[in-house]
Write a protein that binds this ligand. Sequence first.
Ligand code: MLT
Length: 410
Amino acid sequence: MALINENYLKLKAGYLFPEIGRRVREYTQANPDKKVIRMGIGDVTQPLVPSVLKAFHEGVEELGNATTFKGYGPEQGYDFLREAIAVNDYQARGVDIKADDIFVSDGSKCDTGNIQEIFGQNNKIAICDPVYPVYADTTVMSGKTGVCLDNGYFEGIIYMPCTDDNGFVPELPSERPDLIFLCFPNNPTGTVASKEVLKKWVDYAIANKSVILYDAAYEAFITDESIPHSIYEIEGAKKVAIEFRSFSKTAGFTGTRCAFTVIPEELVAYDSNGQAHPVKPLWTRRHTTKFNGVSYPVQKAAAAIYTEQGRKEVKEVIAYYLENARIMRESLTKAGYMVYGGVNAPYVWVKTKNGMKSWDFFDKLLNEANVVGTPGSGFGPSGEGYFRFSAFADRDNVYDAMERIKNLTF
Ligand code: MLT
């Protein structure tokens, strides 16, 4: 008799974004004449920039030529990309990360989900609330939790509420976690962490022999000079943090797929006898066993963002999305909403009106304004009463959506 992984039965509904997709599909099928504007899932709308596209084409051409053809590539990624990442994303900011610390992959969603595999089953996991649902759902799938309680929390996870009161930045938990998921710039609230905040977390992780799983997928949207782009800008972080980065939002690779995870040599975790072990060899073993690398043309395309021209083009696209966010913040504020985020991040986080529940607001917005966003409660119980708008949209749609929202009556 084949037995299922019963941890999957603990998961409540479907994954958040397919659920939104299902509701939107239902609505559009019933109302084919309505123009629905999608600002739900953070999916890019601008095309790949010319430098990236050119490199992508060249990579494909090379595969069609016997002298330049490539089969399996190195599982951790081609040296040219790992080197470009180490030099441009880290060494240029005074951070000593080497190409060898970088593992190129097909997405940060996969990496943040898979990373728990190299850590023991008895680890206590801390996550923010609200949070990118992947961290919580994959913790449940891995069997480290009990059931989902009435308050929406899973037994066994340490939740760190991020609310208006603490500026959506988590406080140190009272119970000691072993693995701590942090995401800055934050999905969904759009908040950032200052050097002081990150230092507090790094010191805490060092003192408690914990590991920080730092999701920096949105670092390219940081506009404030004083905000760290990498957790490794904090002294001591290489001993206690794994960093996840992605080309998805940075360079429009949501469909193309390319990301990377950084595991420095110094990072250790412990066996049941308290003996320290470097973590990097474990992830190397996992990655080389279960993954065969990102395709060559995609890695070549990703490397193009580190050329002078590529960098300039990608920056323009990011500025376009950030201008969307600015327009959204301004319009929503004028329309009487409390608005957060959207300055150093592509997400604008708003409080619903009249204490409306997030999913009720979602339905009202879809039915009456034909605009799709993401209900805050889908990111966790503390997101109830909030709503997330994604700035990854075409400008005309942004104006249109803001006008429709302004005209909503309550
Ligand atoms: C989001 O909308 O939260 C993201 O697009 C999801 C993701 O990156 O997987």
